[in-house]
Each structure stands twice: as C-alpha cells, then as structure tokens.
Ligand binder design. Structure first.
Ligand code: SF4
Length: 74
C-alpha cells in the first residue's frame, strides 16, 4: 500500500507556477510570495501522473518524488 511521496524545496522554487498549472490538485502557489505550496504530500492515485509530470517540468528542480521500493514491506 505504499504510495509515492512528494517533497518541495521552497528555497529552490522560483515561483514559475508550472507545478500548479500541471497538477492543480497537488500544488498551489503562495498568494504572498508565489512560491510552491504542497497540497498533497501523498497524492491520491488519480493525481499521481500529474504530480510526476509537474516534478518533471519544474524548471528549478524544487519538486522531488520519492518512489516506494517495489518490495518495501514493513
Ligand atoms: S514549478 Fe517548480 S519553480 Fe515553479 S512554482 Fe512549482 S516548484 Fe516552484
């Protein structure tokens, strides 16, 4: 039941907004400084493809997607 986890680095974010445009259910932009806001660190299955795409299009590499190991069992 492991799901990919997202993390964002607001120090690297340049506020380009690509993530919020690509996956608006997972990312938003801070209305004050324009930097990324992570809405879902573990996006539901329906939004994972968009979240992956957003991580790929982020121009500053501020989004990291931590994929679970295939045999990651406790
Ligand atoms: S796409 Fe990257 S640089 Fe742009 S707002 Fe999102 S995290 Fe920040």
């Amino acid at each position: 039941m492991s799901a990919p986890r997202l993390s964002v680095d607001r120090e690297r974010c340049i506020g380009a907004g690509m993530c919020a445009m690509t996956a608006p259910d997972v990312f938003d932009q801070d209305p004050d400084d324009g930097l990324v806001l992570l809405l879902h660190a573990e996006p539901p299955a329906a939004h994972r493809a968009a979240a992956r795409m957003a991580a790929g299009v982020c121009p500053s590499g501020a989004i990291t997607l931590h994929e679970p190991e295939p045999d990651d069992r406790m």
